[in-house]
Write a protein that binds this ligand. Structure first.
Ligand SMILES: [Zn+2]
Length: 334
């Protein structure tokens, strides 16, 4: 009996200690959980840099600049994040602020109360870039944190629509894109901006295009892999131009009917002028500058980038003199 009871009490003791430890662990987990809830709540609280009012930006902002160029009348950079510097004061400003809220890749923009018109605003996507000069070209909005907040676009064309890079997948945007004819192709400028490409491919049945040098396990199933240094023609109206530098397989899309170059992260207007995003360069800055030179030989008047801001030139001459000035300054610094 003694031999039988000893282990029992031992087990009971162990069990008790175990439970005591478990309780301590639970207490720890609870306090860690409580801490993380507090942290999560405080991250979602308004930044003190916001002006008081309906809209505010929280502490999770990744400084991607999207709200600042989508709704410049209301959002600005304060410290290393965005903030509301003026509350919307008319319907147009409110619409743009709500479009920015829906496009924010980290859902860092909020309103004090749920906006009554948010469903109506969802229907405004994709947003025409310029109805007069660029009919059929849209900004998709719904930026994805998987693409570091990059912009994506839709080109509506008789030969089949093209999605340029991947927006965040939502059923509302899918329905809206389908009302415009869906997409025959999804052109991916490079590996950074692929976001929800697989979902879009499944839902829209579009063929994805990506340079083979950008393909990894997540994009292995891409239908069309570009090889070599191009250029490649999708049809008479679309040329794909290899612009290595930011990454080895970065490719720009030239849409000739509207004189647009979709540049991905190769080249854009930053908050302080032209930029090639040197900080995020993954291959070679000199190679990227060399690829900027290639843009002198292309006829376009619009730049629609992934990151950074869109730009419009008066004509090709103005585009070339602006690019030459940028290149001269950069070459002197190298
Ligand atoms: Zn990139």
């Amino acid at each position: 009996m003694a031999a039988a009871t000893a282990p029992t009490s031992f087990h009971i003791r162990r069990s008790f200690n175990y439970n005591a430890n478990l309780q301590n662990s639970f207490r720890k987990v609870r306090s860690v959980k409580a801490r993380s809830i507090i942290t999560a709540n405080s991250l979602r609280a308004p930044r003190p840099q916001n002006v008081s009012g309906e809209f505010f930006v929280d502490h999770t902002c990744i400084d991607c600049d999207t709200c600042r160029w989508m709704a410049p009348e209301n959002f600005t950079r304060a410290g290393d994040m965005s903030a509301v510097f003026k509350q919307p004061s008319c319907e147009e400003e409110r619409l743009r602020a709500l479009q920015a809220l829906l496009s924010c890749p980290t859902s860092s923009i909020h309103t004090e109360k749920p906006p009554h018109d948010i469903l109506e605003v969802q229907k405004t996507f994709p947003i025409p870039i310029d109805e007069h000069t660029l009919p059929g070209v849209y900004h998709c909005g719904y930026h994805s944190d998987k693409s570091f907040g990059a912009a994506s676009y839709l080109i509506v064309r008789a030969e089949g629509n093209i999605l340029v890079d991947s927006p965040r997948y939502t059923t509302q945007l899918e329905n809206n894109l389908k009302m415009l004819g869906g997409a025959r192709y999804m052109f991916l400028t490079h590996s950074d901006d692929v976001a929800d490409h697989e979902k879009w491919s499944n839902h829209l049945g579009c063929e994805r295009i990506l340079h083979s040098l950008e393909v990894d396990h997540s994009t292995a199933a891409v239908e069309i892999k570009l090889e070599g240094s191009g250029p490649w023609s999708l049809s008479d109206d679309v040329t794909l131009v290899h612009t290595p530098g930011h990454t080895e397989g970065s490719v720009c899309l030239l849409y000739k009917p509207r004189n647009i170059l979709f540049t991905g992260d190769h080249f854009a207007m930053g908050e302080r002028g032209w930029t090639i995003f040197e900080r995020y360069n993954k291959l070679s800055v000199p190679k990227q500058l060399n690829s900027v030179k290639l843009m002198l030989d292309l006829d376009f008047e619009w730049i629609l980038p992934g990151h950074g801001r869109r730009a419009k030139f008066k004509d090709v001459e103005e585009k070339n003199s602006s690019l030459r000035a940028f290149l001269e300054t950069k070459m002197q610094l190298l």
